[in-house]
Design a protein around this ligand. Sequence first.
Ligand code: GLA
Length: 385
Amino acid sequence: MSTQTSSSYSQFVADFKTDLKVTSPGRINLIGEHTDYNNGFVLPTAIDKHIVFQFQKNGTDICNVYSATFDKMLQFNINEVKQSDKEWENYILGVVNQIQLKGKIVGGFNCIIESYLPMGSGISSSAALECGLAYGLNEIFNLGLTKFDIVKIGQKAEHTFVGTQCGIMDQFASVMSEKGHVILLDCESIEHQLIPADFGDYQVLLLNTNVSHNLADSAYNTRVAECASVVKAIAVNYPEVTSLRQATTAMLEEVKAKVAAIAFQRAKYVLEENKRVEKAVAALKEGNLTVFGEFMYGSHNGLQNDYEVSCAELDFLVEFSKNYDQVLGARMMGGGFGGCTINLIHKDGVDDFVVDATKAYKEKFNIDLTSFTAVPSQGTATVNS
Ligand code: GLA
């Protein structure tokens, strides 16, 4: 594997003949955090911010993947795909590796990637990258992969080459979302329901803390392990229980003395969050956004105090939002330890709230807040020009 010199990139871009253009979106998650790898419920959707890919078959065994955003080139031989010591390269290599493990033949290709997704902000730029790449390779090499294959390839690339034991939510949302809808995904059966994102005069506003505490990756895998330890304890008496999804509060209480106190606390949160998702979805279907917003605050409370994946910056913004009647609900979103809060806010209140929150956040942390509204959008797709 080698990295070309910066001077050769402009020639690469100039010579590029695009066979296929693909966009792959980031995602939001309205509610249901850290439930996916526990086979629970989530409520994500793709948003109107993307990574854009251009693909070209090159008829050789060499793959050239250029990140225009970071001005970095990855070059590798398609017959020698192995893990890299550079994180971003592993998203690419991991996807190609997973496609090959399915017995599919990928030839040499060129690719240009431009990202319009802020990294580390909890809107899953990584799933967008994995799924956009898998989608594009599927198209140009006629691999016959289904949409769900692409979802699983992205997730497994993350488990193997990247090293995060993530759930399925991000890749599922990135690929399967439909414009104007949120997805209620049952991560046990993988059944999903598209629910109209009828927010009326309300909008989804993301406030980006612009912090990404480096605890994130290790803490994520620790949470996965803590939940698994509780499942293992419950399964001693209830062998049919293979995830926290099948566990009841009574089962959890039974093993309280047998598991670490912290693992018990994590599992309790997961059971509660699954119930919140179901109730929040009922409220959304009834058009009761006020109640929906209360569940968002409840979710944050659990993530902050029981699951402990929040941070001071996120907690500050969620607390701050409570001073504004026009905000119905707010919570941290994604893996945690930084990234964005998601706020459900009346459209007339957005400007004032953003100005005030930006000022207060700067005063408190001396960090510039960034904000953007997110519109429920279509998943990974070909761009027809
Ligand atoms: C990350 C993971 C997802 C999910 C969220 C937390 O985004 O990639 O699978 O677990 O964290 O809900």
